[in-house]
Design a protein around this ligand. Sequence first.
Ligand code: XIL
Length: 367
Amino acid sequence: MRDIFYFLALALMAVLVACDGEEPEPEVNTRPQNVTEYNKVTEGLKDYYAGNEYFAIGTAIEPASLDDPAGVALLKRHFASITAENVMKWSTLQPSEGVFNFGPADRLVDFAGANGMLVFGHTLCWHNQVPDWVFRDGAVPASKELVLQRLETHIITVMTHFKGRIYGWDVVNEAIDDGSGTYKNTIWYQICGADYIYKAFETARAADPDAKLFYNDYSATNATKREKIYNLLVDLKGRGLVDGMGLQGHWNIDAPSDDLITAALNRYKEAGVELRISELDVSIYPSNSDPESEYTSDIALKQAIAYGRFFRIFRTFKDDISGITIWGIADNHTWLDNFPVQGRKNYPLLFDVNLVPKQAYFTVINF
Ligand code: XIL
């Protein structure tokens, strides 16, 4: 009884203290906590992270994504920007020399324009999804001069075609080595050395001075790789050739750690460039050897915690991160079903295979 009395007295004092001075903050968080509540509102991810306050949230799409009305509704509700998942890569845009195929990419860019979405150009120079002809001269390997000239032609033609409609381009994708080397030993590097990187950025800068130019890479939180990327950014920035760093963000439910993400974002910020998370997804498999699994409630919880952790860090960098792109709309379409293990179903996104928001979605929007 005495305990209850003391408790009530303390509670009364707390109320008096709270009422003294400023009005208590009103309850502001009216965001949906579950699917029933979600179905009653119209806001989406992009609204909770709106414009100047946080960052533009985007997703990667294919032309086929626009053929599914339910997918399009989800896309419009949640995302403020798009990246072409594949159709702005060299193999689609210039499958044979001098033959440009802009149709599929134009469809995405027109859709974005009609719906007030930003477009990120991905990607002008990469060692994957680039045709063999680029590196051949008839029966023999092409010379460095020929390869660089083709790179220049490709970049000028593509950037001129899309001029004024692209916020920024991933000019060079994945040029830094994962091991002890500085540069990744790609076909570009084998033929041109690091000159192809400078050629790509110089050409891009001249082709569209208004477009932001990004360097983009994976494992960008790895401490060793981070320092090599940082050096490249400082060098390019010193030449006026780069504006931003895209951390791909192909992460998983266990990694990377808060410390590594924070250290990487701080380091790239020191290079004086704007930051993007350009291809975020959160695999349910920490290891390549993990067997295929159902999407259990235990995994759903772990994934929600991981997504919550990542976005909490992103929010602390809201003045430095201009955008976050999630690499796909929903778990019914993800490249991770076939990478790094062919045919192992993955569930790395914020919406499930039926386009219903997952626990991770509610964690990301409730802050
Ligand atoms: C992936 C696409 O999602 C897949 O559809 C395609 O088969 C292979 O490429 N890093 C990148 C992206 O920069 O372009 C890749 O996209 C994923 C890894």
